[in-house]
Ligand binder design. Structure first.
Ligand code: SF4
Length: 208
């Protein structure tokens, strides 16, 4: 596997100052309910551990989990996490589209096999072979299973991914299904809420 930069290296490269970085560590500790004594540990981990690559997929959803995330109350948190995430794959946030985006997804999977976190917003509809949600000409459920195969762990963002939400309400014509019922062999971190609290989302990514 190729060298992965540390979170701190990425932040510095994105123009974030040391002072802002330390402020970010303090805010993250507070958001996670940790005492200020943990701030140096968070800083140390971010300075020395390789950045965790993140793939962010979108199934049946309204994109407001993403909206919540990028509108994190503190602009610094938003800038920091956004700059870390947009390096990998998020078909909503990234500049690439179409075949270019599909290639970026495959490249990331191959480059970081077994190392990346798969963040999923929304859920796959299973009825009619998944035809109710098509990504790049294929059912989303296929993309989800493919990306999950080599993921270290999965984050189920929001109520859609965690338990189904509105689209899974009876009679659930598309058979919208939460992530844990489709992917059963990986650790899944559920972050429910519609949308989840932005600071909780950034805190989970940073913690991991
Ligand atoms: S959990 Fe709620 S906010 Fe998030 S994508 Fe689903 S409907 Fe939208």
């Amino acid at each position: 596997m190729s060298h992965i930069e540390t979170f701190y290296e990425v932040m510095r490269r994105q123009g974030i100052t040391r002072r802002s970085f330390m402020k970010y560590c303090s805010l993250t500790a507070a958001a996670l309910g940790l005492s200020p004594a943990y701030v140096p540990q968070i800083a140390n981990a971010m300075e020395n551990k390789p950045r965790t690559p993140v793939l962010w997929l979108h199934g049946l959803e309204c994109t407001c989990c993403s909206e919540s995330f990028i509108r994190s109350a503190h602009p610094l948190v938003k800038d920091v996490v956004l700059s870390m995430l947009s390096l990998d794959y998020d078909d909503t946030l990234m500049a690439a589209a179409g075949h270019q985006a599909e290639a970026a997804l495959e490249d990331t999977i191959q480059k970081y096999k077994g190392e990346y976190i798969l963040a999923v917003e929304g859920n796959p509809p299973l009825n009619e072979d998944g035809m109710f949600c098509i990504i790049g000409g294929k059912p989303f459920v296929d993309q989800l299973k493919h990306a999950a195969k080599h993921a270290k762990a999965i984050i189920a963002w929001g109520s859609c991914a965690s338990w189904g939400c509105v689209q899974a309400a009876r009679p659930n014509p598309t058979q919208a299904t939460p992530i844990h019922k489709v992917i059963t062999d990986k650790p899944i971190i559920k972050v429910p809420g519609c949308p989840p609290i932005a600071e909780v989302m950034t805190g989970v990514i940073t913690y991991m």
